[in-house]
Design a protein around this ligand. Structure first.
Ligand code: 13P
Length: 253
């Protein structure tokens, strides 16, 4: 599960708001089975909250971890509809996505809220995957580094050094999500190297070990090229994580 650079290699499926008990059972069993043949890569799925129980049951004893797609920034209290990090921990989750661009766009999540969520995840002993990325307009305006740099800086400012060492990042250009338009491996590598350099400027130890995943239209046909890049430590996979065969090819890449 470790790259030549000594970093954890991981492929996470983000099911988004897809699934049903029947379809999930087939998908989880196939992924659990296929992942046994992939000892080099960590494999995880992030399912909608109601299906976490099913993930726990069907993935028990398998090499596949599971996680949630969001979490509350609060620990407990009168927050109707929210789910707290200690609840996810009690349940056996390993990972929690925070700050996915769909949460930022449709739920107005700010950088500060995203980092508060990451802090709750860390306090609960789980691994947050902090997602960041630029829109097409921002890329075309030459603002990619300014945008992702600002998103990252809030995490660098608010998390302690020992917390940073336990964080994963996911670079997901908004224009590549669900569009079939992936960043080229060079475009993705450039942003990953920029992010790692920015972490390095504050915390060299964390920069060396921090996995940075790429997400945005990763498919069986482009995964190997992306994952071969020096600073790309794996992927966060949307659409292709819903088909076991495709997901397993990506995990094997
Ligand atoms: P797609 O792989 O469907 O483009 O989604 C990427 C994503 O948003 C993963 O979090």
């Amino acid at each position: 599960m470790v790259s030549t650079q000594g970093r954890k290699r991981l492929v996470i499926g983000n099911w988004k708001m897809h699934g049903s008990l029947g379809a999930n059972a087939a998908l989880l069993c196939a992924v659990a089975d296929g992942a046994k043949g992939l000892p080099e890569t960590g494999v995880a799925v992030c399912a909608p909250f109601p299906y976490l129980a099913q993930c726990r049951e069907l993935l028990a004893g398998s090499p596949v971890a599971w996680g949630a797609q969001d979490v509350s920034a609060h620990l407990q209290g009168a927050y109707t509809g929210e789910v707290a990090a200690p609840m996810l921990a009690e349940f056996g989750c390993g990972y929690v996505l925070v700050g996915h661009s769909e949460r930022r766009a449709y739920h107005g999540e700010t950088d500060a809220l995203v980092v508060a969520k990451a802090a709750r995840v860390l306090e609960a002993g789980l691994t947050p995957v902090i997602c960041m990325g630029e829109t097409l307009a921002q890329r075309e305006a030459g603002e990619t580094e300014a945008v992702v740099g600002a998103q990252l800086d809030v995490a660098l400012d608010l998390l302690h050094a020992d917390q940073l060492a336990k964080v994963m990042l996911a670079y997901e250009p908004v224009w590549a999500i669900g569009t079939g338009k992936t960043a080229t491996s060079e475009q993705a590598q450039a942003v990953h190297a920029f992010l790692r350099g920015r972490v390095d400027a504050r915390n060299a130890a964390a920069a060396k070990t921090m996995p940075i995943l790429y997400g945005g239209s990763v498919k069986p046909g482009n995964a190997a090229e992306l994952f071969a890049m020096q600073d790309i430590d794996g992927g966060l996979i949307g659409g292709a994580s819903l088909a076991a065969a495709d997901f397993l090819v990506i995990c094997g890449a």
